[in-house]
Design a protein around this ligand. Structure first.
Ligand code: ADP
Ligand code: MG
Ligand code: ZN
Length: 608
């Protein structure tokens, strides 16, 4: 807390208390001046003297205090305050005079006298408290004082909450996260059956695909507070600041549980340890350690769920993926045609469209666009429409916006020409068929022709099966064949071949070479390591000595590599030729849907 604020606050409280008491006594003085003559003692004396005819008691609400009005035998009336009306009633009974107990009376009495002032005081204190929290949370005031404080922003509860229906596409992702929502809403149900709720959920996917949006939607659906912080906020100039921010963040969250902590761009803190320059104990590592300690520290089922987003899961420290930490991983992929159309539908809400705007058509021509790109596209179109004084968006505006955003982000979301899509579709189908047919690789999990952010036109992903400790010769040969499938399919269908297979060729060559030089799997070269250690070359350690074998052996290695590659090529080609129907069907399906899953792919083989 900021010192200036603190002093001001204390001063203010003292002022208010002084005011309250002052006002109270001022009023009491007025009251007592009027009723000076009459007291409880006087009343007792009058009772003894049998001067009292009857009394009327007005008790205050919920407390025994009250006002007593005394009617004398001579017609005079007096009144006084008592701390316990029961005493007076008892007196009335003893002296056998008539008494009447009134309905509850609100005025008078010590408590009711001060009460309004207390309420005013409380309201003002509450107001001050809110103001101060704002100042501290918003980083306002004196910045130096806020160093160790977390920069997390708790989402203003008055801001309209994000709901799942605002997140378009991503059906499977939402399905997975519904479980988390369910837990936050109704933890008892899970605890009852002894379930361990995941503490951390890692959202992995390319930028702009809706990871932040999804995390917000989980908080919105569960109706819990949402603390968000970016990984880079933890990394500061001064050592220890990041760690103390983490501590602060979790403390804050515990006070507000159940809640969600969202760490955006977690790779900024959670990069693999020991890779930073300048020794093993840099600031980032301390921060990461603190994060791990906090995540281990709060108990299971405490109602805090840590969500984090990254597009670089490969560089994350494996420690954060252990059970009890980020043990759920949700892959948030680039949207396919259908997903893009759904996203467009979300973002044209509130934007009047001309009749010629065809969202399906826009979706078809935007492969590789992320949700954020599409949002941007429609926004640009709306701006263009407004600039033309049009009251609705026409297809023409969208087309112009297309050029504008398309050029701006050319590399990332390039518009893929139809022929290129077709080639990619056949290429990926070729890989997929081999994955499916060969016994030790696959099964195929996804085939996609949605460009990935990293330059690939598509991908074929096998289901990651068991973690094998070592590879076998058979499996390595099959890997080589799978790698060739893309190019072979291109060759079989098109007159020309593309450069798209360069990555495949590289990995095929590496595998084949490793088999011979590293693993002794050749026919003639035997049980000898012929590896050229790339690291040593880089360090310049044995410069000139890196090759520890003769030219003759080098030639022989090349020959063996070529032999493996040629044999695999022939075999792979034979397999694909046997399944030409599947190749065509798979490519067609890919062109239509852009991404197909295991069931859809295997159904093609069933038809055959
Ligand atoms: P990420 O965190 O993955 O980089 P964001 O969640 O920040 O992406 O997305 C940025 C914006 O893009 C969102 O605010 C939203 O307008 C739009 N967007 C992205 N994905 C979707 C989606 N699936 N549905 C609707 N809008 C989306
Ligand atoms: Mg984000
Ligand atoms: Zn390929």
């Amino acid at each position: 807390m900021n010192n200036t604020y603190k002093n001001f606050f204390i001063f203010f409280v003292v002022l208010m208390i002084a005011y309250s008491f002052g006002s109270f006594f001022a009023q009491r003085n007025v009251a007592s001046r009027q009723k000076e003559e009459y007291t409880y003692q006087q009343f007792e004396e009058d009772l003894n003297a049998k001067k009292v005819k009857s009394i009327e008691v007005s008790q205050n609400e919920e407390v025994p205090t009250g006002q007593v009005t005394v009617s004398m035998s001579d017609g005079e009336k007096e009144s006084f305050y008592v701390t316990d009306v029961n005493e007076v009633i008892q007196d009335a009974k003893t002296y056998e005079i008539t008494y009447k107990v009134d309905n509850v009376n609100r005025t008078g009495g010590i408590l009711t006298g001060v009460l309004p002032y207390c309420i005013v005081l409380l309201i003002i204190m509450g107001f001050m408290f809110v103001m101060m929290n704002r100042a501290a949370g918003g980083g306002g005031g004196n910045k130096m004082m806020n160093f160790g404080k977390s920069r997390a922003r708790m989402q203003d509860p008055n801001v309209k909450k994000v709901r799942f229906d605002q997140v378009a596409g991503l059906h499977e992702e939402k399905e997975e996260l519904k479980e988390i929502v369910d837990f936050l809403k109704n933890p008892g149900k899970f605890i009852e059956v002894g379930a361990r709720i995941p503490k951390g959920v890692l959202l992995v996917g390319p930028p702009g695909t809706g990871k932040t949006l999804l995390a917000k939607a989980v908080a919105g659906e569960a109706n819990v507070p949402f603390f968000s912080i970016s990984g880079s906020d933890f990394v500061e100039m001064f050592v220890g600041v990041g760690a103390s921010r983490v501590r602060d963040l979790f403390e804050e969250a515990k006070k507000n549980s159940p809640c969600i902590i969202f760490i955006d761009e977690i790779d900024a803190v959670a990069r693999r340890r020991g890779t930073g320059l300048g020794g093993g104990h840099d600031e980032r590592e301390q921060t990461l350690n603190q994060l791990l300690v906090e995540m281990d520290g709060f108990g299971v089922n405490e109602g805090i769920i840590v969500m984090a987003a990254t597009n670089r899961v490969d560089i994350l420290d494996p420690a954060i993926l252990r059970p009890g930490r980020f043990d759920r991983k949700v892959a948030v992929g680039s949207p396919d045609v259908k997903g893009r159309e759904e996203i467009l539908r979300v973002h044209v809400q509130g934007k009047p469209l001309a009749e010629d705007v065809d969202l399906h058509q826009i979706a078809r021509t935007t492969p590789g666009f992320s949700g954020a790109d599409l949002e941007n596209l429609m926004n640009e179109a709306a701006i263009l429409a407004a600039r033309n004084d049009s009251h609705f968006i026409r297809m023409e505006d969208v087309r112009k916006a297309f050029i504008k955003v398309g050029i701006g982000t050319e590399k990332k979301s390039r518009l893929v020409p139809e022929l290129e899509r077709k080639i990619t579709a056949y290429h990926e189908s070729g890989h997929a068929i081999l994955f499916h047919v060969l016994p030790d690789v696959g099964p195929v999990y996804t085939v996609s022709i949605i460009p990935t952010g990293v330059g690939a036109a598509g991908y074929t992903m096998p289901l990651p099966e068991n973690d094998n400790v070592f590879n076998t010769k058979g499996r390595m040969l099959q890997d080589i064949k799978v790698g060739m499938g893309g190019r072979i399919a291109e060759e079989l269908i098109f007159d020309d071949i593309t450069t798209g297979a360069s990555q495949d060729i590289k990995s095929v060559t590496n595998t084949a070479r490793d088999m011979i030089t590293k693993y002794g799997m050749s026919e003639n070269l035997g049980f000898i390591n012929y590896e050229v250690d790339a690291d040593e070359v880089f360090l310049g350690r044995d410069l000139g000595h890196t090759k520890q074998f003769s030219e003759e052996v080098a030639n022989q290695i090349d020959k063996e590599v070529k032999k493996i590659v040629d044999e695999c090529y022939a075999d792979a080609k034979r397999i694909i030729e046997e399944h030409m129907d599947v190749l065509h069907a798979c490519a067609a399906l890919l062109l239509e849907k852009e991404r197909i899953n295991r069931e859809e792919f295997e159904a093609l083989f069933d038809k055959e």
